[in-house]
Unconditional design. Structure first.
Ligand SMILES: [Zn+2]
Length: 446
């Protein structure tokens, strides 16, 4: 007698899709059964004609708590995740204060506990001073985030010598380094020049983030990771130049991610939507989109992660006449799965590739293999049931994030995520969160 059986769905893993039934007990998948069997269960969900995916794992979200909760908090951010079919999130350290010490890490974990609607892991921030790495690893930090550009000191790691030392500390703690690549000398100089010229048009910020800044930083990161021999993950690869660097220089211990917006939105959206579409790295031309799409399919880029980075509508609208006055970033965790379903509909991705890049690999790369991102026996029963015959439309008014505005407003997908389960319990139905906040803190295996 199972707690729950999900009957006769098309169950997808990273290799194939095949009709099967899932037996779930104690919040875990305990049996994968041939189609047609109707085993005894307390509850049965008929998934005939539906697609059953592992719950998505988003390795890059900013939930803004503590300190910036007017933009987002653990409750609102995780409701957005549940609504969108993301059942595990990894939360970035760039809040106020930044998550950089054992005390701050423990405080953040306590803040999130009891408020999260999906399971969560926490990332630690790492500047040039690596003194807390070991203690943070012991507390369960899922990664150590290093910023080569865009952040201010003391979080900025601009010099290669400091990067090498930080990576060595992460290696010695058996951790994973998350690296936001960039070259601050380029970005800083272009920003000074642009602002001196008074450029405040919609593309002024975009002009200060050329692809060469990302690619040069990425090349330095690849060489440094190879030198140190550390597990490392590159954030937000956005352009063809970076794909070339990865092909030529990435060591085996290095993985990379791309965001849905860098896969799907060109820089024309900045002209069209203004500050709503402001983000770093910025939206790129179609040739860059084609390059990152191909790199995702080939595995050169391992995963999709959203960089869910909410700001309030008022904060964004402040940039309507002066783009510098708007913060960079927009929400993404709720729209990840619909956009991947759109890519499948457009022939840009397959269901097994969706599972590989949005479920399985994000779990494997961050120490959650076998528990998250898979529906094999023993895994947590986190899953999404998709109706492949019912179209879905992304709308601002449906966003659970405090940000409200998504640059994908009005985009459609040919399929609808209709039921989301976390450890065997429903957490969202037809895009609306349901039930109490049952998310748990997840600690990576080392
Ligand atoms: Zn980010």
């Amino acid at each position: 007698m199972f707690d729950l059986v999900v009957l006769n769905g098309l169950v997808v893993d990273s290799a194939r899709s095949s009709e099967a039934s899932l037996g779930i007990s104690g919040g875990r998948v305990v049996a994968v059964l041939a189609p047609g069997e109707a085993p005894p269960a307390r509850t049965t969900i008929d998934a005939k004609g539906k697609i059953v995916l592992p719950g998505l794992v988003d390795a890059h979200v900013h939930f803004r708590e503590p300190g910036l909760v007017h933009k987002e908090d653990f409750a609102s951010g995780s409701r957005a995740a549940a609504a969108g079919g993301v059942t595990t999130v990894m939360v970035m350290p760039t809040d106020n204060p930044m998550t950089t010490t054992p005390d701050l890490f423990a405080e953040k974990q306590a803040l999130a506990t009891g408020k999260c609607h999906v399971d969560f892991a926490l990332q630690a921030g790492l500047g040039p001073d690596p003194q807390h790495v070991r203690a943070l690893a012991d507390l369960g930090a899922v990664s150590f985030e290093i910023f080569m550009s865009d952040l201010a000191p003391p979080m900025l790691t601009e010099r290669t010598h400091d990067l090498l030392a930080a990576l060595a500390a992460v290696r010695d703690a058996a951790g994973v380094a998350g690296i936001t690549p960039g070259d601050d000398s380029i970005v800083h100089a272009l920003t000074v020049r642009e602002q001196a010229m008074g450029g405040a048009d919609r593309l002024a910020f975009w002009r200060t983030r050329p692809t060469i800044a990302e690619a040069v930083g990425l090349a330095r990161a690849c060489l440094a990771v190879n030198e140190i021999g550390v597990r490392a993950h590159i954030r937000q690869v956005s352009c063809a130049a970076s794909v070339e660097v990865l092909r030529g220089l990435a060591p085996r211990t290095l993985s990379a991610e791309v965001t849905p917006h860098n896969l799907l939105l060109t820089e024309h959206e900045i002209t069209r939507q203004g500050p709503v579409a402001k983000i770093a790295p910025p939206l790129r031309p179609a040739s860059d989109l084609a390059a990152v799409q191909a790199a995702l399919r080939s595995g050169t880029i391992a995963i999709v992660a959203t960089d869910h980075a909410p700001h309030t509508p008022a904060e964004k609208q402040a940039g309507d006449t002066d783009i510098w006055k708007a913060p960079g970033g927009f929400p993404g965790v709720q729209t990840l799965l619909p956009l991947m379903l759109r890519m499948i509909g457009d022939g840009l991705l397959t269901y097994p590739e969706l599972v590989r890049t949005c479920c399985e690999q994000p779990a494997v790369l961050f120490g959650l293999a076998g528990r998250k991102g898979t529906l094999s026996v023993g895994a947590d029963a986190d899953l999404v049931i998709v109706d492949p015959g019912r179209p879905f439309t992304i709308r601002n008014e449906d966003q659970q994030s405090k940000a409200g505005l998504t640059p994908f407003n009005g985009w459609t997908a040919p399929a609808t995520p209709e039921l989301v389960l976390l450890r065997g319990a429903v957490v969202a139905r037809d895009g609306v969160p349901e039930g109490a906040a049952s998310g748990r803190f997840i600690r990576p295996a080392r």
